[in-house]
Design a protein. Structure first.
Length: 61
């Protein structure tokens, strides 16, 4: 595929969701923000559990 068409398609896939988020078309902006917040909670829980397991295994040694 032509490089310029790939760049154009990439820009469309970046700009359209940002525009939908800013305009809050049909509540997509709110849904995306809630999904992001929920994802951050799960990431922090995973990081915390990982450090806990690492600490416990090092405590055994």
């Amino acid at each position: 595929m032509n490089k310029f068409i790939e760049i154009l398609i990439g820009l469309v896939f970046l700009i359209v969701p940002i525009y939908v988020w800013i305009v809050d078309f049909a509540g997509f902006g709110t849904s995306a923000l809630l999904f992001l917040k929920g994802g951050l909670v799960w990431i922090f829980l995973g990081i915390g559990a990982t450090f806990l397991v690492i600490g416990l295994t090092e405590l055994k040694d």
